[in-house]
Design a protein around this ligand. Structure first.
Ligand SMILES: C[S@@+](CC[C@H](N)C(=O)[O-])C[C@H]1O[C@@H](n2cnc3c(N)ncnc32)[C@H](O)[C@@H]1O
Length: 244
């Protein structure tokens, strides 16, 4: 059971809010290149609407297998050449053994109830020695994301409900994976006025998990900030955890 349901409203919100532009992915392109370039077919688990699957197909000219459980996300997913979509979950990948040379999970691990089972599935469908790249926000590591300046309670949701780096590593270790690197990667932060004007709660798991009063308080802080000078940092930092 995912931490939130990616229903029609969430899927629409995700498309309108969470889709990074290709130029916004420049930092990620540099960070993942050593692990994904030249690995042949790539696997994107919980691919959402295809932001990264599309980018990988374009950057590397390779085939990308995009697995996604939500019919609503699948409905809104881009259909780019080179990206092959299928319905499935991280713990039951509808793929044959050894079909891909690297795995990618972006802002997905907190939705996977049994991470050890997901690690075993990745071990099965990836070629021997293939890396698994995990993009996300972990407990204690969300302070450099603009949204949480206004919604610190949502940061605490991450502290309390999301798996820690050590928990992810321990689960993947049961399938023989070890850490290769853990590094923060920058991406352009939304401008505060834009964030205040367009924020869609359905698109953000930690906002969905807030009490309504906490969400309203954060929204008031965000709107007050939007009325003043924009002092937010230019970049948000999420983590890249690479296991092999
Ligand atoms: C925050 S979205 C991220 C989408 C995409 N990876 C991205 O970064 O743009 C999380 C995605 O994980 C998917 N998801 C939820 N539970 C999952 C599971 N058990 N296995 C695989 N994907 C899952 C959701 O349907 C949703 O599309």
């Amino acid at each position: 059971m995912a931490m939130m349901e990616y229903d029609a409203a969430a899927a629409r919100g995700f498309v309108s809010q969470r889709g990074l532009t290709r130029s916004g992915l420049a930092g990620w392109r540099v960070a993942v290149q050593p692990y994904l370039s030249g690995r042949g077919t790539l696997l994107d688990v919980g691919a959402g609407t295809g932001v990264f699957a599309d980018a990988f197909a374009g950057w590397y000219g390779t085939r990308v297998l995009a697995v996604e459980p939500s019919s609503q996300m699948l409905r809104l997913a881009t259909r780019s050449p080179g990206v092959h979509w299928c319905a499935g979950t991280a713990t039951a990948l509808p793929l044959a053994a050894g079909v891909a040379g690297a795995g990618w999970l972006s802002t997905v691990v907190h939705h996977i109830a049994d991470l050890a089972a997901a690690a075993r599935e990745l071990r099965r469908v990836l070629t021997p020695g293939a890396p698994v790249l995990i993009r996300g926000t972990f407990p204690g590591r969300w302070h450099r994301i603009a949204l949480f300046r206004y919604f610190p309670e949502a940061g605490r949701v991450i502290d309390e409900r999301y798996p820690a780096v050590s928990a992810v590593e321990a689960a993947f270790a049961t399938a023989g994976y070890r850490r290769v690197c853990l590094e923060p990667v920058g991406q352009p932060a939304p401008r505060v006025m834009e964030l205040a004007a367009t924020l869609n709660r359905s698109a953000h798991t930690p906002l969905r998990l807030l009490a309504d009063g906490e969400y309203r308080a954060g929204l008031a802080r965000l709107r007050a900030a939007a009325a003043g000078p924009d002092t937010r940092p230019a970049m948000d930092y999420l983590d890249l955890l690479v296991l092999r």
